[in-house]
Design a binder for this molecule. Structure first.
Ligand SMILES: [Zn+2]
Length: 166
């Protein structure tokens, strides 16, 4: 039987700590693909998804839990929201986080992932999209069109050339 929400809340709080700089509540234990993992009494679940369920409410069918702060290990309810990858991207565009190539001209050595100015996807987005690509059930060109990214970016994710550590 699944543990009570109260029990899961206590576990989540006990296994994470607040980062005073960002306000993120970061998972302290081992992660899988950057996400915290916790036994909920029935199965091992993603800690950020559990955090959404017990602190905010159920996750609507078909939606993913995304990070406002773009840190997969964060379980701070204030930083979590439900949506689709396309919505997440639109949200970022609206905020201008993805525009402007602020760092153009500087060295990008050692910078990877969403901190890289040429990246068009966040880590959350890659983690959600990658299994779909690997399943072979989606057409890369159609997905690229939906997301507004180049097919080559998605081919690179599928082959492991881009985002291979995710
Ligand atoms: Zn956070």
């Amino acid at each position: 039987m699944r543990h009570s929400d109260e029990f899961i809340r206590r576990r989540l709080l006990a296994r994470s700590e607040v980062d005073g700089t960002t306000g993120c509540r970061m998972w302290r234990r081992a992660t899988r693909g950057g996400y915290g993992r916790l036994w909920d009494g029935e199965r091992v679940a993603d800690a950020h998804r559990l955090a959404h369920e017990v602190f905010i409410g159920p996750i609507p069918a078909g939606l993913d839990v995304l990070h406002e702060c773009d840190r997969p290990g964060c379980i701070e309810p204030e930083h979590l929201w439900c949506g689709t990858v396309a919505e997440n991207m639109a949200d970022r565009d609206a905020k201008g986080r993805n525009g402007g190539f602020k760092n153009a001209g500087r060295s990008h050595e050692g910078v990877r992932g969403s901190a890289h100015p040429r990246s068009k996807l966040t880590e959350d987005e890659v983690r959600i999209v990658k299994p779909r690509l690997l399943s072979g059930r989606v057409k890369v060109s159609a997905l690229a069109r939906d997301l507004g990214v180049s097919p080559s970016l998605l081919f690179g994710i599928r082959s492991g050339r881009n985002w291979g550590w995710v």
